[in-house]
Design a protein around this ligand. Structure first.
Ligand SMILES: Cc1cc2nc3c(=O)[nH]c(=O)nc-3n(C[C@H](O)[C@H](O)[C@H](O)COP(=O)(O)OP(=O)(O)OC[C@H]3O[C@@H](n4cnc5c(N)ncnc54)[C@H](O)[C@@H]3O)c2cc1C
Length: 548
């Protein structure tokens, strides 16, 4: 059942077997898995059933380095969580997300990646990935591209030992959200209390248990929730923030005896640093595999990556690139002059910007030709669906890959608490984050290797851009309550239980030890299913007792 928290009496006391904080993919997966097993579940959601600016503003934060972003723009406070922001256009033009598991190497301890290594392997997570795919409604077929080829849409003929093509599977929120909504609507044991913000987890001073949660409703009523088990599923930043905010018994916050909560914040910077100039324009019509399309009922998008052996041999961080076609003339002298002028104008160097105007005029013919090609391409296709345009060999001149980069864990990248308060009196988030030299260098070295491979295969050249560009966030907040069986090195253990507590668990990307390049939701869901299996065992004595 859904309940609007505004209808609660002031100082209401609520109880459940398991209380889950947050109704994003992590919280809803847990709710479904445990609810279907008959346990009394209460999902507490700060947002409403739809977007609400006042609720959303509770997620606002500050960025100390200027390299990151205000986290409010990358998360959503409403039922379904950040799923409501998914913006990947699918083949039927609905919006969805990319689903992909982490690679096996991402779980390993790599001596060139400080703090790397998970307490379990990809093989151990594989059965949960399969269940996660089913829950998300994505095909269980492999991610290897060969399965998704057809006569006209083939992988680039690169030696498999040097570069490989795999796919992202794309899917809308429909499957995940509908099942959760239906379960909550019809079941008596799974409840969702929305417009209820958890402001503190209150520990029992005499034990290692969390005793209850303090909750404030959107019409400022107070409530308390007691449960046998509590799960934090509030997102990669809020999970850490809530542990830090819960400081009435432990001044540093819960699970933070070693000052680890909030540290190791990672994201997936999007890096644009090279362009592929194909050896022949005739290649463009053959590249449909690298565009969004539906094959065997599954929407997929091809991408390039490096084999694990190459990553190991060259001590590289993981990365994966999607090919973005650029109309002919995109890097021509006239367009580059215009780009330079725009950059200088943005930096308020108007005088210097104007000195480039004559150069732009000299190449005005090129500029008009480019503008026309771009107009034609964007009229009929966005980043997706470009391969369906007629005459791609005449329209496009190059491909500029968008690389998702792995960012190594770094304790100085962190979420902490600001001195500024939000409008319900809780300290806001302070983010300190830099994307780092290692990711950048590793990407450039990967580019050199890919270029050699392209040249050897006779496919053309992958040349560095004169000015590389980074979009520092993929909107993925990873690592702030990292997993490690040693409490001196992690916030949660391999079962995602917060060290120093016995009944508090964490679900979501904050438990990631490293992040690879993979968009995190499939792994978040696989880990939530794994956590649910563990909790079912922990809760078993409770069910037996209730039956008596
Ligand atoms: C534009 C965009 C595109 C994305 N695309 C992809 C993609 O293609 N593939 C992919 O894998 N991932 C993608 N992501 C990331 C993905 O959405 C997140 O990783 C995922 O939603 C995280 O799930 P979660 O359940 O851990 O947290 P969230 O989805 O953030 O949900 C957390 C919930 O907890 C609630 N909450 C927070 N604090 C409290 C509190 N104190 N009390 C009560 N409730 C609280 C919030 O209101 C929210 O509803 C994208 C994100 C964005 C912004």
């Amino acid at each position: 059942m859904f309940q609007d928290a505004r209808t609660l009496a002031d100082n209401a006391q609520l109880a459940a077997d398991v209380c889950i904080i947050g109704s994003g993919p992590a919280g809803l997966t847990l709710g479904q898995e445990l609810g279907s097993a008959g346990f009394r579940i209460l999902v507490v959601e700060s947002g409403g059933m739809d977007f609400d600016l006042e609720r959303q503003s509770l997620l606002r934060g500050e960025d100390t380095t200027g390299e990151y972003f205000d986290p409010v723009g990358a998360r959503r406070s409403q039922f379904g969580g950040t799923m409501a922001m998914w913006n990947m256009e699918l083949a039927d033009r609905s919006l969805g997300a990319r689903f992909v598991p982490l690679d096996a190497i991402d779980f390993e301890t790599r001596d060139w990646v400080p703090y790397s290594g998970w307490p379990f392997s990809r093989a151990q997570l594989d059965p949960y990935y399969k269940r996660a795919e089913k829950l998300c409604g994505v095909s269980s077929n492999t991610y290897e591209a060969a399965v998704w080829e057809d006569e006209c849409n083939r992988c680039l003929k690169l030696p498999a030992s040097e570069a490989i093509t795999r796919v992202y599977k794309l899917q809308s929120t429909e499957s995940l959200l509908r099942a959760a909504r239906e379960l909550i609507n019809v079941s008596t044991n799974v409840n969702c209390l929305f417009r209820a913000t958890v402001t503190e987890l209150v520990p029992d001073p005499g034990s290692d248990q969390i005793e209850y949660l303090r909750v404030l409703t959107s019409n400022r009523k107070k409530a308390e929730i007691r449960a046998r088990i509590f799960v934090l599923a509030a997102g990669g930043i809020e999970n850490a923030r809530l542990l830090l905010l819960s400081n009435t018994v432990f001044s540093a916050g819960i699970g933070n005896g070693r000052d680890l909560v909030g540290r190791f914040l990672m994201d997936h910077p999007l890096y644009y640093f090279c362009q592929w100039i194909p050896s022949s324009p005739a290649l463009f019509p053959l590249l449909g595999l690298y565009d969004v399309r539906t094959v065997q009922g599954q929407c997929v998008l091809g991408r390039l990556t490096l084999p694990e052996a190459v990553l190991r041999e060259n001590r590289l961080l993981n990365l994966s690139g999607v090919l973005c076609p650029k109309p002919k003339g995109y890097r021509s002298k006239g367009i580059e002059a215009l780009r330079e002028m725009r950059l200088l104008a943005r930096q308020k160097q108007f005088g210097r910007s104007l000195t480039l105007a004559p150069r732009a005029c000299v190449y005005c013919g090129d500029i008009f030709a480019y503008a026309w090609r771009r107009f034609r391409a964007s009229k009929q296709a966005s980043l997706s669906f470009w391969s369906m345009l007629p005459n791609t060999e005449k329209t496009f001149g190059s491909m500029e890959p968008e690389f998702y980069l792995e960012q190594p864990p770094d304790p100085s990248n962190r979420v902490s608490l600001s001195t500024e308060l939000d409008n319900i009196g809780c300290r806001r988030t302070l983010v300190t984050w830099k994307w780092g030299q290692q990711s950048r260098d590793s990407a450039h070295r990967a580019g050199v290797l890919l270029n050699k491979s392209f040249e050897r295969a006779g496919l053309g050249r992958l040349v560095p851009l004169r000015r590389s560009r980074v979009h520092t966030t993929g909107h993925h907040h990873l690592g702030t309550t990292r997993t490690h069986n040693n409490p001196a090195a992690g916030v949660v253990d391999a079962n995602c239980r917060v060290h120093e507590t016995s009944n508090l668990f964490v679900a979501g990307s904050s438990v990631f030890c490293t992040g690879g390049y993979a968009n995190p939701t499939l792994t978040i869901i696989a880990l939530a299913i794994r956590l649910a299996e563990h909790l079912k065992k922990e809760l078993q004595p409770l069910t037996v007792r209730r039956r008596e």
